[in-house]
Design a protein around this ligand. Sequence first.
Ligand SMILES: [Zn+2]
Length: 420
Amino acid sequence: MSSGKKTSLELFRLRKTLAMLASKEGRATELITLYVPPGKQISDAINMLRDEYGTASNIKSTTTRKNVQEAIVKVQQRLKLFKEPPENGLVIFCGAIPQNGAGSERMETYVIVPPEPIRIYLYRCDSRFHTEHLQEFLREKETFGILLIDASEATIATLQGRRLEIVRELTSGVPGKTRAGGQSARRYERLRDMRLQEYFTRVGQHANEIFLPIENLKGLIIAGPGPTKYDFEKGEHLNYLLKNKIIDTIDTAYVEEQGVKEVVDKAPEIMRKVRYIEEKQIMQQFLYEVGHDTGMITYGEAEVRSTLEAGAVRTLLISENIDLLRVTVKCSACGYQEQHSVKSQMLTSFEQGLAGKPCPKCQAPSLAIAEKQDIIDNLAQIAEYSNTDVEIISGETEEGQMLKNSFGGIAAILRFKMQG
Ligand SMILES: [Zn+2]
């Protein structure tokens, strides 16, 4: 997406793929990871692999040597399919993965085009795949504004993905709370308050100037030690557009760089909170339609599927914790096909039930599972045809649990009312 915002579906898919790759283990140091960033010559990578192939001939264990060299050749073959790396670069994982105990290794190869440009050129031969440089794409890349303030200083920073930039640091010039001898206490107090207001106005102006032009500013975090941040927030110092974007006000021990780091440490938590707020809003809209019987929603797998196929779904809501597979059963005698949705723990008994069962078309006992697909991928595929938004809803909110428990984990907000 051009905005750099990843949809909950893209994130879900990437998370699943990376979890699958990270769980693979080699029987020895023989799994290959290769990151090729955009701009790198494919021929350079191929040459580098040729050297690695040579080095691998020194490996003592015959099996390991054979597996490593075979994997290197496989990776070279995959690379040769590209004239140059794709826009975001290329990551290849390849190696002999034990399928079922020792001696059952099978060569597996995965080519991943990352959702954003990778910057690293890396070759690793290890007993696992190195997915960590892709893991960072699981973080949202939207920009957050950070404003730290106390009575003496203010710091304005932006956080985009993991990139933190301290944009401006201001000092208040506001004198301390205790006056020097000889001054009238009330006069001092009034003077101090005036200076403080001027300071707030100045900080507000800088913040407006920095944050307002940022496209897709996801939210603003106000922080700092003590109560000054609340006084600032209450006043009319920030543009109302920014005020509406305040997502959190948090306590830190410091105002300067150290304080910004304190905020960043809490950022994952804050971003999760932002996503939960989004999820809650989507679910509340759905529940509103349910409560008012508007006819603009549907739920349950079969109902949602047919509505989706009719192109009538605006937003598809799927619980992250749904545990269903879309299974294609095929008759090897006549080619007859049918599809079923099966809970994954029921798959074995479902498969056993097919044995000896006559095909509805040709009566031959030749039915078998031809394909299995995660229900989320399956529904998302249909959704793509009709330009439907797909929202993967976590189980972390009350609303998310309601989706799972009361609506079967699959629901839809419609574009138009379906004729009942
Ligand atoms: Zn048949």
